[in-house]
Design a protein around this ligand. Structure first.
Ligand code: HEC
Ligand code: HEC
Length: 325
């Protein structure tokens, strides 16, 4: 009688464990299928390749930078793809248009890259077209390919969906954005987006601040991540472009610490040449949060495995007892 009870309990644990395990494996597989790591790698490099590579930026200004005088930033920042081509990938035709504080007159990469092969893009990045546009001494070949792959396959044009004057998202679904935000982002950034503070254009910023002042940077980082963190990102979650904009729309309603008339202000902010936005996690706290994120994923798996092993143990004990009788 006793051993029958044991057997039942054991089988129950085993079945339960198996169900959990297969669910977990399925989820992990879905995640792997969705993820093309070259895309996220390329996007991080586009944001800040020297932070993504963990190297020192080259000295002085990027040679191409000297062709313009409107943007007076200097040093490390002039080497970032985003400083010339923009978070919306559209350079002088997008958010960094004439009159904005970021104006350089340099072209965007979108939609030009859609006409190029990835090999041609790698050639552009290796100085084969313009010898001054040469990143091959600094960025390894595999990473140049990842950059090209990102540019070729994953650029999103949001400009029809963002009001060029107010920077507000047009036609989004704030309730959907709230649900997505609360399920994926709030655990690190807080329900009000203010738990993690970071530097943006020389100021202390929360997600609410960034969403209002630079919606394109918000979208790029939300979709593809930010160097130096293991943040949960839209691309890995399989989010559509619209889901990203929904989260942005919701974030635009979070506390920003800005006066209403202060936004938008890409054209008003004080230049800050030494600032390196989007660099590695800046303090122990953000590092610890990222680590906790990873730990919880690990814990979930350990728990499932534990349940499964207990099931196996029960069955073994039951078999041994059965033999003895
Ligand atoms: C200092 C400004 C500057 C920086 C930094 C910069 N670019 Fe460019 N990029 C340009 C300019 C200007 C052009 C136009 C062609 C030329 O004169 O080189 C260009 C052209 C391109 C093109 C070709 C677009 C087309 O017509 O097909 C691509 C792709 C590109 N850049 C990608 C990148 C990437 C990726 C990075 C970062 C690794 C980067 N750029 C960094 C200024 C810059
Ligand atoms: C595991 C914790 C974690 C989660 C979950 C997370 N983030 Fe982050 N996020 C971070 C950290 C750490 C930083 C870096 C802050 C810094 O630069 O100091 C960051 C930075 C950002 C930035 C860039 C700020 C800048 O420098 O421009 C944006 C935008 C952002 N997160 C949005 C989101 C959104 C949207 C979600 C939900 C999809 C999310 N984050 C989920 C930890 C997280």
């Amino acid at each position: 009688m006793k051993s029958k009870g044991l057997m039942k309990a054991g089988l129950l644990f085993l079945v339960f464990g198996l169900i959990l395990l297969s669910g977990w494996v399925g989820q992990a597989q879905a995640r792997v299928l969705e993820q093309d790591s070259d895309v996220t790698r390329g996007a991080l490099l586009y944001d800040n390749w020297y932070a993504a590579l963990g190297v020192q930026p080259p000295q002085g200004n990027m040679p191409v930078w000297e062709r313009q005088t409107t943007n007076t930033r200097s040093g490390a920042e002039t080497w970032r793809c985003v400083s010339c081509h923009g978070w919306d990938y559209q350079g002088k035709d997008g958010a960094y248009r004439e009159g904005s504080d970021r104006y350089t007159g340099f072209p965007g990469v979108y939609p030009a890259v859609t006409q190029r092969t990835e090999e041609e893009i790698v050639a552009v990045l290796s100085g084969k077209v313009d010898p001054q546009h040469d990143f091959s001494p600094y960025i390894p070949e595999a990473d140049l390919k990842a950059l090209a792959h990102f540019l070729k396959t994953s650029l999103v044009n949001d400009n029809e969906y963002i009001d060029p004057k107010t920077f507000k998202v047009l036609g989004g679904d704030a309730a959907n954005g709230k649900a997505l935000y609360e399920s994926q982002c709030a655990r690190c950034h807080g329900a009000d987006g203010a738990t993690l503070r970071f530097r943006f254009e020389g100021r202390d910023a929360t997600l609410g601040t960034l969403a209002l002042l630079d919606p394109w940077r918000f979208l790029h980082k939300t979709r593809f991540g930010t160097p130096g963190t293991e943040m949960v990102i839209g691309y890995d979650l399989g989010w559509t472009a619209q889901q990203g904009r929904d989260v942005l729309l919701y974030a635009q309603s979070l506390p920003s610490g800005l006066e209403p008339q202060q936004s938008p202000s890409l054209g008003e902010t004080v230049p800050s040449p030494v600032e390196q936005p989007g660099g590695p996690a800046r303090n122990v706290f953000t590092g610890v949060l990222t680590a906790f994120g990873a730990l919880f994923t690990g814990l979930g798996f350990a728990l499932i495995l534990g349940v499964f092993l207990i099931g196996v143990l029960f069955v073994i004990v039951w078999m041994i007892r059965g033999k003895k009788q």
